[in-house]
Design a protein around this ligand. Sequence first.
Ligand code: ZN
Length: 392
Amino acid sequence: MKSPKKLVVSALLGLLLAGLAVVPFPVVSPSPVTAQSAITLSSSVETAFPNSMTFKVKAQSSIDIVKLRLNYTVERQNLAKVVSEGWAQFSPAPSVDTRWLWDMRKGGLPPGARVEYWWTAEDASGKRSQTTRSTTSFDDNRYQWQSITTGPVTLLWYSGDRNFANALMNAAQQGLQKIQNDTGAVPQRRVRIYIYASAGDLQGAHLFAPQWEGGVSFTNFDIIAIGVPTNQLGYGIRTVPHELTHWLVGQVTFNSYDAGLPVWLNEGLATYGEGPELPDYQAALTYAINNNMLFSVRSLSSPFSAIPLQAYISYAQSNSIVTFLIQKYGKEKMQQLLDTFRRGSTYDGALKQVYGFDQDGLDALWRESIGLKPVKTLFLPQRELNLALAGA
Ligand SMILES: [Zn+2]
């Protein structure tokens, strides 16, 4: 988005103030040694997206600098603020120019993630100095991003014209409105949606979307990344509200237990947010009914199969189950269900508390709603079910 950010910070005043705060005024004049030991610091950051961020620092003192430590914290929804540290390597000297490299290749940050950082230096006399806190972004500066903002949504794109971006923004707004109207989930924060020009560009950013989704929602970072070719606007119009719904639902159910939601509820809501029921979900559902390939609600609480047909049926079925819950029992119950998960609950416990039935009960009622007899479902872990269905 921008060229590497440069930031120069003088910490001399900070050191003097910190020294005054802890050291009482001496009765006699201070010795010249203490006056010489102030450390001057300046720092900068260079981003080489998606591989690394390099935090550079220059330190100057009248005696040897012996320690240089970077502290940093990533802006994300978190119950406790986590401060990490990196130690710069160098040989002690009065003047030091060094760096600390954050290798992002193994589990890095999403594009646009914001990092707050500051350096602390220590000299041979034990005196310390610290830069003021600064914020930098892990921007994907390989592309020239444009952006538009409506309400809590900022959409960033680099391929396609303004009409393309406006169409995706409209889909985002409609999806948010639909989920808000039908589940009571209201955005509390702002979100940025990065539209890459293709799935290949998305992968080039070290972002790997599931085959059936094409997008990734980093809910805790309030960042979404999706690959949408300009000639596949229809696909983008579904995927943007899908990922936005994951973000919104993740936000309103965030808790310290990390229990999460059953996958059928999460994907059912995301597909519900895509817009009016789309014919291919209905076709997949009809195919599954005719070929006796429906899953139990309970088995859909685990991650979906990687086998395309089964994955598609899982999405279609989750969409139908969530639509059934919203249409039959209403917005307030769905709002209560999400709130129960926010407070931490088992899947069956939350359903029982709000609707009075567990996942097996839901399975029977949902089947009845689409004209099927309830079955005595046999619970099989998803993997075994996949093997069985694949004929293994
Ligand atoms: Zn999804």
